[in-house]
Design a protein around this ligand. Structure first.
Ligand SMILES: NC(=O)c1ccc[n+]([C@@H]2O[C@H](COP(=O)([O-])OP(=O)(O)OC[C@H]3O[C@@H](n4cnc5c(N)ncnc54)[C@H](O)[C@@H]3O)[C@@H](O)[C@H]2O)c1
Length: 373
């Protein structure tokens, strides 16, 4: 049945793809987005479907929220400022948009007595801190704390077993791993998740929090150097520069195509089994950051190799990739895009884009605050 759906932050990378998916399924889509200049320097993005009703404004504006909630059946809450490093020095903006913005949304749902069928909130793998590990020597399972500044300064990238000192090997991270907050961004994402889940339990609203891993795909904000490592690497290569990789490049992450993320979001709306749950959405297969740089270079036809800087960013984790068995069980989710296909599609889209390489600006800012070395 056709529904009226509101996507906050729906003019962004993920939200706009979701809007296309929902429109194709016969739903009506309204987007509340303030077109943040860091993400949308040219205003309304060309890629946003003309069938989307765009309401330009701030998710913290109670009157506007009341207006956009009128007639809404379901909400995807994606509006956020996105960037781990930047959140460490734009503390007030991150907490205001992400945490307070979510509080305002829930207050408006309550005050307007909107009868929603579903609320899906975009959470993030960043709330885990380090992922799950087991010791390569004694086999003991471990959930180590994030590395200290002293360890990073000494260039010892790997984590070690507290029992025997052996190197810890990463395992897939499931939802029951306790979160270990290590950035203002992660804190604000956990706030968003918990605010929505508490609201759902209190007022009987079906809520699902999806913990997205590293999403890549067309429409990534190339103007925003604070998020999206694939886009940052690609922007450098398109400007004739090699991608700069922190540490030794062997950090493992879970890169998931935006098309799989859209499928997961649509399943979350359809499947009551997901109500009240937090669910990882990734591709389930780890990849090193160095390999991401290599695959992107191949896809872009560039003869460049990632530069291993052996530098670090304060608070970066070593490894984290998703255990997606809960998504399989509750949503019937199965990733469909492999890295080769996904990066090829990203490269084809990039060849038609102007990408300003702002990685140096980002590094300078981080270094001003002593957040990289
Ligand atoms: N991209 C990823 O890899 C990733 C990973 C984990 C979680 N997430 C989460 O997914 C969601 C979407 O991320 P994205 O990659 O599409 O980011 P994005 O920056 O492309 O989109 C976010 C959108 O929110 C809008 N926005 C920002 N502040 C706003 C405000 N005050 N009021 C209204 N709109 C506002 C921006 O203009 C932008 O269009 C975010 O909540 C993000 O935290 C993304």
């Amino acid at each position: 049945m056709s529904k009226q759906i509101l996507i906050t932050g729906g003019a962004g990378f993920v939200g706009s793809h979701l809007a296309d998916g929902l429109l194709a399924a016969g739903h009506s889509v309204r987007v509340l987005d303030d077109l943040t200049p860091q993400v949308h320097p040219a205003g309304r993005p060309d890629y946003l479907s003309p069938d989307v009703e765009l309401v330009r404004g701030d998710v913290r504006d109670p009157n506007l929220l009341k207006e956009v909630l009128t007639g809404t059946d379901a909400v995807y809450h994606f509006a956020a400022t996105v960037g781990v490093g930047q959140s460490m020095y734009e503390i007030s903006r991150y907490m205001s948009v992400n945490t307070q913005g979510t509080a305002e949304l829930l207050q408006a749902i309550l005050d307007s007595k909107t009868q929603l069928e579903k609320l899906v909130v975009a959470s993030s793998m960043s709330i885990y801190g380090e992922g799950r590990y087991a010791c390569s020597d004694c086999g003991k399972a471990a959930s180590p704390p994030v590395r200290s500044l002293a360890q990073l300064k000494s260039g010892q990238w790997d984590l070690h077993c507290a029992a025997c000192g052996g190197v810890l090997k990463p395992l897939a991270t499931a939802e029951d791993k306790p979160s270990e907050i290590n950035s203002m961004y992660a804190l604000s994402k956990r706030d968003q998740e918990e605010l929505c889940l508490i609201y759902g339990r209190t007022y009987g609203l079906p809520v699902t929090a999806l913990r997205f891993f590293n999403i890549y795909g067309t429409r990534q904000a190339l103007s925003n150097p604070y998020t999206g490592v694939a886009a940052v690497f690609a922007s450098r290569m398109m400007n004739g520069n090699a991608p700069m990789v922190f540490e030794d490049g062997e950090q493992m992450r879970d890169f998931v195509s935006v098309h799989d993320i859209v499928r997961a979001n649509m399943l979350a709306m359809e499947r009551p089994e997901s109500n009240g749950e937090v669910i990882n959405i990734g591709c389930g297969k780890p990849i090193t950051i160095r390999r991401v740089g290599e695959l992107l270079a191949e896809a872009l036809g560039k003869d460049v190799r990632p530069v291993i800087t052996n530098k670090f960013r304060a608070g970066d984790i070593r490894h984290c990739y998703a255990d997606i068995s809960k998504a399989r069980r509750l949503l019937g989710y199965e990733p469909q895009v492999n890295h080769e296909e996904g990066f090829q599609e990203l490269a084809e889209w990039l060849s038609g884009q102007q990408a300003e390489d702002k990685a140096d600006t980002m590094l300078k800012e981080l270094s001003t605050y002593g957040l990289t070395a």
